[in-house]
Design a protein around this ligand. Sequence first.
Ligand SMILES: Cc1cc2nc3c(=O)[nH]c(=O)nc-3n(C[C@H](O)[C@H](O)[C@H](O)COP(=O)(O)OP(=O)(O)OC[C@H]3O[C@@H](n4cnc5c(N)ncnc54)[C@H](O)[C@@H]3O)c2cc1C
Length: 498
Amino acid sequence: MDDHRPHAVVIGSGFGGLAAAIRLGARGWRVTVLERLERLGGRASVLERDGFTFDRGPTIVTAPFLFEELWQLAGRQLAEDVELRALSPFYRIRFNDGDEISVSASAEWMRREVLRVAPSDLDGYQRFMAKADDICRIGFEQLGDQPFGSVADMARIVPDLLRLEGYRSVHGLVARYVRHPKLRTALSFHPLLIGGNPFRAPAIYCLIPALERRWGVHYPLGGVGRLVEGMAALVGELGGTVRTGVEVTRIETRGAKASGVKLADGQSLSADIVVSNADAAWTLGKLLEPSAVALADRARLARARYSMGLCVWYFGVRGRYEDVGHHTILLGPRYRELLDDIFARKRLAEDFSLYLHRPSATDPSVAPEGCDTFYALCPVPNLDGSTNWESEAERRRAAIQQRLEETVLPGLGKRLLTSHFITPRDFQDDYLSERGAGFGLEPVLTQSAWFRPHNRNSGIEGLYLVGAGTHPGAGLPGVLSSARILDKVVPHASQFAR
Ligand SMILES: Cc1cc2nc3c(=O)[nH]c(=O)nc-3n(C[C@H](O)[C@H](O)[C@H](O)COP(=O)(O)OP(=O)(O)OC[C@H]3O[C@@H](n4cnc5c(N)ncnc54)[C@H](O)[C@@H]3O)c2cc1C
C-alpha cells in the first residue's frame, strides 16, 4: 500500500538523529534515517573486539527522563528494553598527588568529602550548589528545549543570564564561592565533558553538577549501545526506516526549500523536510550549495571555534582491577595551563589528564569472564593544531599506558588482551567532524543559543538541525533536547502542506 505520509529524511544516526526520527515518527511523519557508517549511534556506537564490548563515546547518562519520553512516544516503557543502573558514587576525581574526591548525590557524603579536602569551603560549596540548582532550573529545564530562532528569543533571556552570572566563565563562578584549588577543579571540570574549556565556557554550564545530583548518573546494562539499539527499533516501530552505509553528499533545494538529498552513489531521495544530525559546520559548509547558506550562518562558520579533540584508548585486560570504580578522572599536574595548550595554543603537551571508564565494574557482561573492559579518554588539541597524528598516536597511547600503570592500573602492560586507539583524525574521517573536534562547536557564550546554528535553518525552508553542533549543544541531554525542539518548529504531519 502506498504510504502517503509526508517524508522526512534524517541525515545521521547519532542520538540527536535517532531521537528526531522517533519524535517525527510519533507525529505522523514517514521517516528515513541515512547513516554513512555501517554502525548506528555515531559517537555513541559500539566497538566489539576479542570478546570485549566498548562504548566508543558517551558513558555518563544523565536526565534519563529524556530517554523515557522517547519510549513513551512509541507507546512503550524504556525499562522493557534497557535496564538503567544508578551509580553511587558518580565518579572519583584523582589529583596528581594521589588525593581524591568522590562525588555522589548524597548531601551527607559530599559534606564529608568537602570537609576532608577543603574544610573552610563547606559553606561556599553549599551556596555554589544552590546556585547551580538555580542555573539548572532556568538553563536546562526552562530554556534547554526552547528554539532560539530570533534575536528576540535571545533578548528575552538576558535578565536571567545576568542574574545567574552566565557572563562569567564556569571556573570564574566557582571561584567566587570556593577557594581551595582542588575543590575549584572538582566543581569546574564539567565543560570538558561536552568539549568546553572551564575557563571559557559560560557559567550556565554550572548546571551539569546540579543535573547529575538531581537525576543521578546512570549506566545502561549491556552498555550505552543498548540505548542506540532500542531507539533504532523504536524508529522502525513507528513506521520509519534506518539505512546504514548511505552517505549524503548534498542537501537538495528547490528555490529556497529543502527538497531531498543526494547520496554518494549518485542517487537522489526526495523529502518534504530534511533534518541534519551531521556535524553542524559540515552541514552548513559542505552539504549545502554555498549560495544557499544564509548570511548569518556564513558569518557563524567564518568565526567558528571548535571544541577540543580527543584521543581514546579502548583496551581489555586479563584479570580485574577491583579497586577501580566505574568512572575515574585522573588529573595531571597542570589545570589552566594544560587547557590553554589544548584550546588556545593548540599544542600537544607532554602532560595530560584522563577520564578512565571501567564499565565492567558495574556490568561484567561487557568483558570475557574474569576480565576488565576500559577506555581512557585524553583531551588534546583539535586539528587546528599541527600535531602529526601518524607519528604521535602510538607515543600518546604508550604515555597513557605508562601513566595508568603508575597510578591506578599497576601491571597493565602484561595484562593487555586487546587495544584500539583513536585520534582527532578518526573523528574527522568517521563522523565528518569539522577539525576532528570531539564535540562540534566549542561551548562559549558567542556560540550559544541564538549565536549557535539554529534548529530551524533560517536560509532554507524545511531544513532542520539536531545534534551537538546546534542549540543547545553537546552531551546526551543537549542532543536529546535539540530533537525535542523539533516538536516546536516542525508541524505535525497532518498539518503539513506540501
Ligand atoms: C569519547 C566521548 C565521550 C563522551 N562522553 C559523554 C558522556 O559520558 N555523557 C554525555 O552526555 N555525552 C558524552 N559525550 C558527548 C556525546 O556523546 C555527543 O555530544 C553526542 O553523542 C553527539 O550526538 P549527535 O546527535 O550530535 O550525533 P553524532 O554522534 O555526532 O552522530 C552523527 C552521525 O551522523 C553521521 N553522518 C555525518 N555526516 C553524514 C552524512 N553526510 N551522511 C550520512 N551520515 C552522516 C555520522 O556518521 C554519525 O553517525 C561524549 C563524546 C565522546 C566523543
